[in-house]
Ligand binder design. Structure first.
Ligand SMILES: C[S@@+](CC[C@H](N)C(=O)[O-])C[C@H]1O[C@@H](n2cnc3c(N)ncnc32)[C@H](O)[C@@H]1O
Length: 262
């Protein structure tokens, strides 16, 4: 059982865990999730399809030879976790997890971290230099070799106009042959009413949500060499037979891109 910093307020990490069928949530999170699912299950489908994309994309990048992973906005442990998934391809993979929710960090440190192989630190994506200069991350990952930077389900919690600058700081620190794995809540297919209802719920958390259009999200990954099929609804990204995740979830789009020259 997790120890919340404030169980009376919903958290984006615990709402997501509820949507995925996890057990690390409280009454406030369940109430928020039920509001999000009052009319239909589009938010739950989006969360589940997002998780399916993350696992397929992480495995794909590991298959391409990457053995180092940096996931920012990692969320609560969810079996299988990223380190378990990539180890099925790269048994010696090292994974650094980052989240700005202290509850997530405490829980991961107690249940997931492994000396020399998996580390979780508390930091904010808004402060990318703090992440890049963190001694535990520097001790685990070799930035002269390719790293997969995983930014899945997190960019839409950053409000400002600085998202591209933050991406540039992170990508500039990565060696050629590194990858960016990214998803983002996409407003193209949302009615104004759905968008407003979702935002009202996430405003109660410490991570208000800011869905963006496909055009805005494309700017974030401009300059990367995208793997096929490019930036698409996550459920459509290299889906597999008998995938247990939803096949129709247009509210989140995602891509995997390689850094050749950034
Ligand atoms: C929806 S969960 C995604 C978890 C996982 N990446 C996945 O896709 O399955 C989003 C996570 O991002 C974290 N988060 C939100 N804003 C953040 C920020 N500015 N810096 C770091 N983490 C953040 C939340 O605490 C939450 O755990």
């Amino acid at each position: 059982m997790i120890t919340p910093t404030d169980a009376s307020k919903p958290s984006s990490a615990r709402i997501y865990d509820y949507m995925l069928g996890g057990e690390e949530w409280f009454g406030a999170d369940e109430a928020a999730a039920k509001i999000l699912m009052a009319d239909d299950t589009w938010v739950r489908d989006a969360c589940r399809a997002n998780r399916g994309f993350l696992l397929r994309a992480a495995r794909e990048v590991a298959t391409l030879g990457v053995t180092q992973f940096l996931e920012i906005g990692c969320g609560l442990p969810t079996r299988p976790n990223v380190h378990e998934t990539v180890r099925s391809v790269q048994p010696a993979a090292r994974v650094a997890y980052v989240d700005n929710d202290p509850t997530v960090v405490t829980h991961n440190q107690a249940n997931v971290d492994e000396p020399g192989a998996v580390v979780t630190i508390e930091a904010d994506l808004n402060q990318p230099h703090d992440i890049l200069n963190n001694p535990e991350i520097r001790g685990l990952l070799d930035f002269t070799r390719p790293i997969a930077l995983i930014l899945v389900g997190v960019w839409h919690f950053l409000p400002g106009p600085d998202t591209r600058k933050i991406m540039d700081v992170l990508c500039d620190a990565l060696a050629p042959g590194s990858y960016v794995v990214l998803t983002h809540a996409c407003s193209d297919a949302m009615t104004e009413a759905k968008k407003a209802a979702g935002q009202a719920v996430y405003r109660q958390t410490s991570n208000p949500a800011h869905p963006r259009t496909t055009a805005e999200i494309s700017l974030l990954i401009d300059g990367l060499e995208l793997l096929s099929p490019g930036l698409v609804p996550v459920a459509k990204w290299n889906s597999i037979d008998n995938d247990p995740y939803p096949q129709d979830a247009p509210a989140v789009i995602g891509a995997v891109g390689m850094i050749s020259q950034y």
